[in-house]
Design a protein around this ligand. Sequence first.
Ligand SMILES: Cc1ncc(COP(=O)(O)O)c(C=O)c1O
Length: 407
Amino acid sequence: MDYQAFFAGHLDRLRDEGRYRVFAELERIVGAFPRARLHRAGATPREVTVWCSNDYLGMSQHPTVVKAMQAAIGAQGSGAGGTRNIAGTNTLHVALEHELARLHEKEAALVFTSGYVANETTLQTLGAMLPGCELYSDSFNHASMIAGIRHSGAVRKIFRHNDTAHLEQLLTAADPETPKIVAFESVYSMDGDISPIGTMCDIAHRHNALTYLDEVHAVGMYGNRGAGVAERDGVLAKVDIVQGTLAKAFGVVGGYIASTAATVDFIRSCGNGFIFSTSMPPAIAAAALASVRHVTNHPELRVRHQERAATLKRRLQVVGLPVMPSISHIVPVSVGDAALCKQASDLLLDRHDIYVQPINYPTVPRGTERLRITPTPLHSDEDMARLVKALESVWQELELGRRAAAE
Ligand SMILES: Cc1ncc(COP(=O)(O)O)c(C=O)c1O
C-alpha cells in the first residue's frame, strides 16, 4: 500500500467537503481575556476577540489560579514523577480530590489527566468488570463515553437523546438481574440542551441500574456552588457517579469522577487509564484546586455568565440570526452547510477580528453545521455589539439568512 497517498487522499476529501480542520494559532494575553493575538505565517500578529473558548469563566488566567500554579512549580517543580502508584501521588492530588468530593457531596473523588480519560477509563472498567454488564447510552453522548463503552465489550444499548420513555422501554425489556449503567450528560455542548437528570436517575434506579453523569459542560457554572446541573436541580444524591473536567469552567486541565468510596477505590485499583499513565503535574493540581475553591465561593460568576448568554441570544434573535434553541450558556447559530460554515468563520476572523470556529461533521450531524458561540462573564456589551454586527455582515455576504429561512 502507498501509505502516504492514502493519507493525502483522505485529507483531500476532507478539504473537498469543507471539513478540513485549520487551527487558528492564538497567543493568549493574561489580563486581556477574551482577547488573544492571532499568528499567521508571513503576517504580523494581530489582536482578535475569542468567542468560542471552553474557558467558560476565564479562570485560566485568573490571578488566584496563575499564582497557585506558579507557587507550586517553584515549590515542587514541573512533572509528577510517575504514575500515582509509582511516585506520582502528591499532597496536591489528594487535596484536590477531597475538594472535588466535597463539591459533589460524594465520599471520594479520583483525578485523571483529562475528562476524556476519566470517561473512557471509568466506563471501560465498569463495563468490562461488572459481570454481564449492559451500558445504556444517550445517542448524543460524547466520543470519550462512546470509546469507554465500546472498549469495555459490554452490551451497548443506545436510547434516543434525552428520551426518558425510550430509556424506560429499553430497561423494562432487560433482565432485572443484569448489572446496568445508564450513562448521559447534563449539558450537551453542541446544542446547548440539558437532560432531565432527576427523571433519568429515577428510571434507572427503578430498574436497579447505576447512573453515570458527565457534567463536563456544567461544573463550575450551574448550581449554587458550581457542582453542576445536578446541584441546580437538587438531585446530587441521585447521581451514582459524576464525571467532570478541570479544563473548561475551572480553566486548567484534567478530569475526575466522584462517587462512593468503594466505587472510586475500584476504579483507582482497576482502571488502566488511571493506573498506567503518569499523574497530573502537582502545579496543575494546585491551579485546579485554587480554581475550584474560587469558583465554588463566587456564585456571582454564574449569575453573570447566564446573563451574558441570555443577552447574546436575545440580541441575535432581534436581528433575525438563526440562534438554535439552547437553554444553557451555549449559543449555537445554525449555518447548515460545512463549506459555508467554514467561510463564515474565516470572514469573521479576516474582516472582523473575531474568532468563532466552525462546527462540522463528525462533531455534529451533516446538515446541522453551526457556529458555536460561548459568551463568558468577561465579554462586554461592546464586544457583543461588535459580534452581532459582524455576524449580520457575514450572513448578508454569504446569503445565509435566506438559506436558514428556506430550511
Ligand atoms: C461532554 C464531554 N465529556 C468529556 C470531554 C472531555 O473532557 P476533557 O476536555 O477534559 O478531556 C468533553 C470535551 O470537550 C466533552 O465535551
